[in-house]
Design a protein around this ligand. Structure first.
Ligand code: PLP
Length: 389
């Protein structure tokens, strides 16, 4: 199997599983209890908190563990909206956010909040002028993703942070796809809240974190016990949190080398496809782009069918965000960058992981042309196009 769907999820690293196992067996104590086996677990949680904080340029006291990216996004947006509604009811986001952000904003709109959804350009970036123009006296939150999950485009985060801070507006960023692919510094970028998820960085599913800058006023999302300094009740997912801490460490180990490796495989795959298959186009930004993301439109091809044929050849890829695949609607991200429906439908995302090899990429480059040709040979649209040439 050649797994090129690392933006959907990643395989867990052996070191991560090994670190987690004791917390599933002998170290089973509830971290809130006072005896020693329980206190060991409290320490493990706080060690993981330090690890996560270190790679974000944050303080451990600013890291709160959650059940993943979706919860972190929900908490950040609803929690800021609720705690700051005396100041205003306006939120700014972009049209290409993950549904964890978009659907949360839509939910708030039904409850009296106003949301501006910024357009993006053909590469998937918002314009800073549009952002400045969208600001109102009532704007309380800007929530714009660090990097897009479908096309890999990196947003101008530093400039967004500057604008937010100059206007005293809280800035949240969904960095679920950026963590482990970009070095992140929340203070330098004036980020007030940041969401991340363990399963995108070779960690376990169902655990993530929200960075909340000290001093930010936010309402609780989960109400319950005193865990996470009273801000996120619920007995901690100790093994998951330990796994997230270790995954974070490996995500940033030998970082420069890892990024160069990912980017060289990405460039090889892009060149191999574009050179060998006519009527193809890369989607997303060419340079402000995650090192592991390749998103290509194949004209006269149905993306879902291409995925099935790739699967029959042992290649796993995706035609949109993991959470929306299964729906027949074209991706909101691809439509937002201006692709017509048929090109959006013919788009496939390949996302490279730390285990991907040059041989894997060569195999895909040599398999794809014949698959695409087979599909085009069956397409009446392609036949018409060729006949009219
Ligand atoms: N945000 C982005 C950008 C994502 O890509 C994802 C997952 O695909 C999420 C949020 C949701 O994260 P989780 O699966 O941990 O809930």
């Amino acid at each position: 199997m050649i797994y090129l769907d690392n933006a959907a999820t990643t395989p867990m690293k052996k070191e991560v599983v090994d670190a987690m196992l004791p917390y599933l067996y002998e170290n089973f104590g509830n971290p809130s209890s006072i005896y020693q086996i329980a206190q060991k677990n409290k320490k493990a949680i706080n060690d993981a908190r330090e690890e996560v904080a270190k790679y974000l340029g944050a303080k451990p006291s600013e890291i709160y563990f959650t059940s993943g990216g979706t919860e972190s996004d929900n908490w950040a947006i609803k929690g800021i909206a609720e705690a700051n509604n005396a100041k205003g009811n306006h939120i700014i986001t972009s049209k290409i956010e993950h549904h964890a952000v978009l659907h949360t904003c839509e939910y708030l709109e039904k409850n009296g909040y106003e949301v501006t959804y910024l357009d993006v350009d053909e590469f998937g970036q918002i314009s800073i002028d549009d952002l400045k123009n969208a600001i109102r006296d009532t704007t309380i939150l800007i929530t714009i993703m660090y990097a897009n999950n479908e096309i890999g485009t990196i947003m101008p985060v530093r400039e967004i942070g500057e604008v937010a801070s100059e206007n005293k507006i809280i800035f949240h960023t969904d960095a679920v796809q950026a963590v482990g692919q970009i070095s992140i510094d929340v203070k330098a970028n004036k980020i007030d809240l940041l969401s991340l998820s363990a399963h995108k960085i070779n960690g376990p599913k169902g655990v993530g974190a929200l960075y909340i800058r000290n001093g930010i006023k936010i309402e609780n999302f989960m109400h319950g016990g005193g865990q996470e300094r009273g801000k996120r009740g619920g007995t901690e997912n100790v093994a998951g949190i330990v796994g997230l801490g270790v995954a974070m460490k490996y995500a940033y180990a030998n970082f420069e080398r890892k990024i160069l490796h990912l980017a060289s495989l990405r460039n090889k795959l892009v060149e191999g496809i574009i050179k060998n298959i006519p009527y193809t186009k890369i989607n997303g930004h060419l340079s402000d782009r995650l090192p592991n993301n390749v998103n290509i439109s194949f004209e006269f091809v149905e993306g879902e069918s291409l995925l099935l044929l790739l699967d029959m050849n042992g290649v796993c890829a995706s035609s949109g965000s993991a959470c929306t695949s299964g729906s027949l609607d074209p991706s909101h991200v691809l439509l937002s960058i201006g692709l017509p429906h048929e090109k959006a439908h013919g788009s496939v995302r390949f996302t490279i992981g730390s285990d991907t090899t040059v041989e894997d990429i060569n195999e895909v480059i040599s398999t794809l042309p014949s698959i695409v040709k087979r599909m085009r040979d069956m397409s009446p649209l392609y036949e018409n196009f060729i006949n009219q040439k």
